[in-house]
Design a binder for this molecule. Structure first.
Ligand SMILES: Nc1ncnc2c1ncn2[C@@H]1O[C@H](COP(=O)(O)OP(=O)(O)OP(=O)(O)O)[C@@H](O)[C@H]1O
Ligand SMILES: [Mg+2]
Length: 226
């Protein structure tokens, strides 16, 4: 079953000095439970692609179907609901809320969704990413980069989304911590979740089963490159 379907997706950014085609007629189909990496040079459109799949951005043209739902033409409320319920995001710069503790950051998406038992589940998630309860009391700036990224992964898993999108999740981390984070994503994938990870790192790509290579906004090659 398909979880993501892109049909001739183009994204053009209009700037005063001209327009930039960040994605150029990209078609791709991703099955439930796949583990995919997206590689390609800086500026090739990787983040743009992830943001469109994550309903954070809309294509200029082309069709985007997420979990069987055509997202073209949906309003902000409907897109917000899809993001909240179906998608977990892990950002390169962690994007944790600085005024909340680690545990509160993990609980936050569950609170937005109105779930009960968010504190218990938050603590479970904290443990599942290898952090003890004590660290849950720390604010993001009192955590190492690797710990912050673990919190970000736990937060992405909070609402049990079907799709996890990770943009350079190990970009700022040392090799050992990168392997730990990829191990967490691998275990999540083995529980049936679809994962798409943008990376420059062949080590990260080696965890995935299929790699999309983007060049100048086009899918240059699809295959196993690692
Ligand atoms: N909001 C925006 N407004 C205008 N142009 C943008 C915007 N976002 C991205 N671009 C342009 O679109 C192209 C693709 O950008 P994108 O961020 O998707 O690249 P990337 O592959 O993620 O690069 P990197 O590896 O450096 O993160 C680039 O030329 C970039 O300058
Ligand atoms: Mg990027």
């Amino acid at each position: 079953m398909k979880v993501v379907e892109l049909v001739e997706v183009t994204k053009v950014y209009e700037l005063p000095r001209g327009s930039i085609k960040a994605l150029d007629n990209v078609s791709a189909s991703i099955e439930v439970g796949e583990f995919i990496s997206v590689m390609g040079p800086s500026g090739s459109g990787k983040t743009t692609l992830l943001n469109i799949i994550g309903c954070l951005d809309m294509p200029t043209s082309g069709r985007v179907v997420i979990g069987g739902e055509n997202i073209n033409g949906l309003g902000d409320d409907q897109l917000t609901k899809i993001r909240r319920d179906k998608i977990g995001f892990v950002f390169q710069q962690f994007n944790l809320i600085p005024t909340l503790t680690a545990l509160e950051n993990i609980e936050y998406p569950m609170i937005l969704k109105g779930l009960n038992g968010h504190e218990e589940r938050g603590k479970e998630l904290l443990r599942s990413v290898g952090l003890d309860e004590q660290l849950g009391e720390n604010k993001p700036n009192e955590l190492s980069g690797g710990e912050q990224q673990r919190v970000a992964v736990a937060r992405a898993l909070a609402n049990d989304p079907d799709i996890i999108l990770a943009d350079e999740p190990t970009g700022n981390l040392d090799t050992k911590t990168s392997k730990d984070i990829m191990g967490l994503l691998k275990a999540t994938n083995e529980r049936g979740k679809t994962i798409i990870v943008v990376t420059h790192d062949p080590l990260v790509a080696s965890y995935t089963k299929r790699t999309f290579k983007l060049v100048d906004g086009r899918v240059d090659r699809v295959g196993v490159f690692a």
